[in-house]
Design a protein around this ligand. Structure first.
Ligand code: NCD
Length: 304
């Protein structure tokens, strides 16, 4: 692994390796304290972020590396002056050992990787993909279910613009006997590209329009925020399928409730104490999964 651009690039074996290293890092974090000593990672974010940027930065620091960062790259001097993304990447790549990039353009990660002298990690490419989030999501599912094969997973909310869902369904497609239920408003359905991707890999994809269409024994409910910032047309529906305690109680005691966060109203705070609500654990695992990804990429880079 050199760049992390899209979930297309991962095999099951890649994920198993990343998960094994994540487990090792969690078990003995002190053993990794200097793994990235002398390495500099740039976090370049053209869209807002809390979790992704800070968990990447914490991951670098916990591995003994150093971070250079622009929290608001679209206000950065080069962008204001009209510099292209490829030029900015060429320049920043000369200062650091890896670039973590979030950008509104769907093709941004590939465009950056094409010119970058250092590995690029896609931390969200518009309404396209968010591969490192999907790796941490599958890691989280694995922690709770001890397997991925045979699971029934429901993705809810904004399946059209939600990049975390796009990346997650691609990773689930690596496994056997997966059923995915997609609950959304009609206009926020999973794009055709993704349903075709699933179909080509023998994954059952079942679009739903109301909560009771999802079977109560589903293993995972993966809810998402309506990505209102992507709506050019404000007539699109923004009301959510709310999961509150009553809605959650329709599901099995073994169903886990996930969310990439930030949530708005789509998950009510009255579920927070329920042991099926695992979204804060999920975001915490994210830091360790990002440590594992950075470690794999940067160690290989310095050895290769
Ligand atoms: C998501 C994102 O930015 O795509 N957040 C995250 O990275 N954890 C989801 C969102 O913003 O709704």
């Amino acid at each position: 692994m050199y760049h992390v651009l899209s979930c297309d690039q991962f095999s099951r074996a890649d994920l198993e390796g990343i998960f094994r290293l994540t487990d090792n890092i969690r078990a003995q974090p002190r053993a990794f304290r200097t793994a990235l000593a002398g390495k500099i990672v740039a976090t370049v974010f053209y869209e807002p972020s809390t979790r992704t940027r800070l968990s990447f930065e914490a991951a670098v620091l916990r591995l003994g590396g150093t971070v250079i960062s622009t929290e608001n790259a679209k206000e950065m001097s080069s962008a204001i002056k009209g510099e292209s993304l490829p030029d900015t990447i060429r320049v920043i790549g000369g200062y650091c050992d890896a670039i973590v990039l979030r950008h509104p353009d769907i093709r941004s990660a590939e465009d950056a990787a094409r010119v970058s002298q250092v590995p690029v990690l896609n931390a969200g490419s518009g309404s396209g993909e968010h591969p490192t989030q999907a790796v941490l999501d599958v890691y989280t599912i694995y922690q709770y279910k001890q397997k991925i094969d045979g699971l029934k997973v429901a993705v809810l909310g904004d399946l059209l613009f939600g990049r975390t869902v796009h990346s997650l369904v691609k990773l689930l497609a690596l496994y056997e006997d997966i059923t995915i239920y997609g609950l959304s408003h009609d206009v926020l359905s999973l794009p055709e590209d993704y349903s075709a991707y699933l179909e080509a890999r023998g994954i059952r994809y079942i679009p739903c329009r109301s909560l009771p269409e999802i079977p109560p024994e589903v293993d995972v409910l993966y809810h998402t925020r309506t990505q209102t910032e992507r709506f050019a047309n404000t007539d699109l529906p923004i009301e959510e399928f709310v999961i509150d305690k009553k809605a959650l109680d329709y599901f099995s005691p073994h169903t886990i409730l996930m969310h990439p966060l930030p949530r708005r109203n789509e998950i009510a705070p009255d579920v927070d104490g329920d042991r099926r609500a695992v979204f804060f654990a999920q975001s915490h695992y994210g830091m360790y999964v990002r440590m594992s990804l950075l470690h794999s990429i940067l160690k290989q880079d310095s050895e290769g």
